[in-house]
Design a protein around this ligand. Structure first.
Ligand SMILES: Cc1cc2nc3c(=O)[nH]c(=O)nc-3n(C[C@H](O)[C@H](O)[C@H](O)COP(=O)(O)OP(=O)(O)OC[C@H]3O[C@@H](n4cnc5c(N)ncnc54)[C@H](O)[C@@H]3O)c2cc1C
Length: 403
């Protein structure tokens, strides 16, 4: 690796997860010279991602969705079932994409397929160089950022995009703190086969320990995200395949018939974190480097992809106008746009989760009333669905406009 030879208007992205790869494709696809430094993940990611319609549109616009489509299942209906067994139970609520004129709210895909598709597309872009290495140090000053690699060598760029996950080195280098919260909950993930078809319906059972959500995959398969208290999660995770399959069938009230769990279980302690600023000192944060959100309501990576699309849009515009892609004005515009979107959604996810865990009767009643009103009032229902799928002020890629 030659030292410091990168140009003044080059961007370096650190982290080759889905948010980093998407940012790299957005920038390089529009001709902006880009380097992506990514260290290989140490263990396989067996999770799936429910991508909302805006994310699917952005991936299609970037030439990635064609490579994903065969592995993805459309999400046509979302069902919320109160399974808390409490005195104040919310009514069952069913949202259908048809009601807002869509074929589907989005699509669910296994992360391994999503990442393989992003990786394939990224490697085809002439303006993008992929470096399979770890960034050891990131330092910024008023006119550039330098990145030191583990394999040796120092690179210099006008803008660094920190897509390096929840323990982000870039965030620390930018001097940005976080507001954090730990939950006494663990998400257990596993993919399952089942004997009855899902008909494109995702079902979220709200239980007193958190949601138990089955999301369609192609064919007679679904993914499960099961939020439990830590001791119960340990017990469930220790079950053998036959016992776990039976337990999942029981908890899902057999809506998908007979269940057979597949290999590859995951356990994720729930936490939340939001960076106090999303960009500073020529470093912009995307994905979990900027925000960690509990896996409730499929928000995390959808927000991460909106970050990637937004920084892509701002940086490419500056590049085309022969401006400085890491200028304070570019970073301030990015911070303003993305922080408000993320803060609003993080608040809602936290409130829904806490209302499930709360034994306080008025809180349970308020949750029930909220869902009742959404269920009964047509315009409110449609507004909630529209806001979930295609919120106002989305970046251009989410609207199908190329950069
Ligand atoms: C159980 C569960 C279910 C979920 N389901 C959904 C869902 O349905 N829909 C949804 O939208 N979101 C979902 N999410 C959230 C989603 O998984 C995350 O938002 C997403 O994985 C974050 O991607 P990322 O690229 O920001 O970070 P990561 O995937 O963590 O990628 C960061 C990358 O950076 C690399 N890296 C770190 N440090 C360095 C360094 N110094 N140098 C080089 N590389 C580095 C890492 O190796 C890694 O590859 C879920 C989360 C959980 C826990």
């Amino acid at each position: 690796m030659a030292d410091g030879q990168e140009g003044n208007n080059t961007a370096i992205i650190i982290g080759g997860g889905p948010a980093g790869l998407t940012a790299a494709i957005a920038l390089a696809g529009a001709g902006l010279p880009t380097l992506l430094v990514g260290k290989r993940p140490t263990k396989p990611d067996n999770r799936t991602t429910a991508l909302l319609a805006g994310s699917v549109t952005a991936l299609a616009t970037l030439g990635v969705w064609d490579l994903c489509e065969a592995h993805a299942a459309p999400l046509r209906v979302m069902r919320i079932v109160d399974d808390t067994g409490r005195l104040w139970r919310a009514p069952e609520v069913k949202f259908s994409a048809e009601e807002i004129g869509l074929d589907a709210f989005g699509s669910n895909i296994e992360n391994r397929h999503l990442i393989a598709a992003l990786d394939q597309r990224a490697r085809a872009l002439p303006a993008l160089r992929m470096i399979d290495d770890e960034a050891l140090a990131v330092e910024s000053n008023s006119d550039a950022v330098t990145v030191t690699l583990r394999a040796g060598g120092v690179m210099r760029a006008a803008l660094v995009i920190g897509a390096d996950g929840r323990h982000s080195l870039c965030r620390k280098a930018a001097g940005i703190g976080t507001d954090e919260r730990q939950y006494k909950q663990v998400a257990l993930t596993v993919c399952v086969g089942h004997s009855r078809p899902h008909h494109g319906i995702s079902t979220e059972f709200h239980t007193a320990s958190g949601p138990f959500t089955l999301v369609p995959l192609p064919g007679l398969r679904s993914s499960l995200v099961w939020v439990l208290d830590p001791a119960e999660a340990e017990r469930i995770a220790a079950l053998d395949d036959r016992e776990l399959s039976f337990e999942i069938e029981r908890r899902s009230h057999s809506i998908l018939g007979k269940i057979a769990v597949e290999a590859g279980r995951g356990m994720f302690p729930l936490s939340a974190a939001t960076a106090r600023r999303f960009a500073e000192n020529r470093i912009a944060l995307v994905g979990e480097a900027a925000h960690v959100i509990p896996p409730i309501g499929a928000q995390g990576l959808n927000l991460g992809l909106r970050d990637a699309a937004a920084i892509g849009e701002f940086a490419v515009t500056a590049h085309r106008e022969h401006g400085d892609i890491g200028a304070a004005s570019v970073l301030a515009a990015y911070d303003k746009l993305r922080r408000s979107d993320v803060a609003g959604r993080a608040l809602v996810v936290d409130a829904v989760n806490r209302s499930l865990l709360s034994d306080f009767l008025p809180v349970q009643a308020a949750r029930g009333l909220g869902l009742y009103l959404i269920d009964r009032i047509g315009p409110l229902r449609r507004a909630v669905m529209q806001e979930g799928v295609a919120p106002a002020g989305q970046p251009r890629l989410m609207r199908g406009e190329a950069l």
